[in-house]
Design a binder for this molecule. Structure first.
Ligand code: FE2
Ligand code: FE2
Length: 146
């Protein structure tokens, strides 16, 4: 693939990821307001921590898009955030969203591998995959406790 075409494709995929991050932030903060019950406090805290991880991801991706010469999206992904006070339902929705993010970043990493002088971007995306996989593990752990 010609370099410009590849760059364009990476920018498009990064913009999809940026929209997913924006939606994830809203999802986690929204859900955190509706967690109730005996174990609510640590779960609320954890959801807010994950939201702040997603904020870091959003900022990193936005910056990378600009560095590549693209224009960052200001839209949300098409995620439908459910209104529920059922913690299991919320965690399952979050897990689904995290798995989408992991897949998206894995695809982006494959594209980035084809780019020359890609180290900074490669490490940024690699780090994001690690973070999202940690979120997946954490949500699975919380779900197992329910
Ligand atoms: Fe993220
Ligand atoms: Fe995440």
């Amino acid at each position: 693939m010609p370099k410009e075409k590849l760059k364009e494709q990476i920018i498009n995929e990064l913009n999809k990821a940026l929209e997913v991050e924006y939606s994830a932030i809203i999802m986690y903060l929204h859900h955190a307001e509706f967690v109730t019950g005996l174990n609510a406090e640590p779960i609320i805290e954890r959801l807010k921590e994950i939201a702040s991880d997603e904020e870091k991801h959003r900022d990193m991706i936005r910056e990378r898009i600009v560095v590549l010469g693209g224009i960052p999206s200001t839209n949300l992904s098409d995620l439908k955030i459910s209104q529920s006070d059922d913690i299991k339902e919320m965690l399952e929705e979050e897990l689904k969203e995290e798995l989408i993010a992991v897949k998206l970043y894995q695809n982006i990493l494959e594209l980035v591998k084809q780019l020359k002088d890609n180290e900074t971007l490669y490490h940024a995306i690699y780090h994001l995959i690690q973070d999202e996989q940690e979120h997946v593990e954490e949500l699975k752990r919380l779900l197992a406790m329910k």
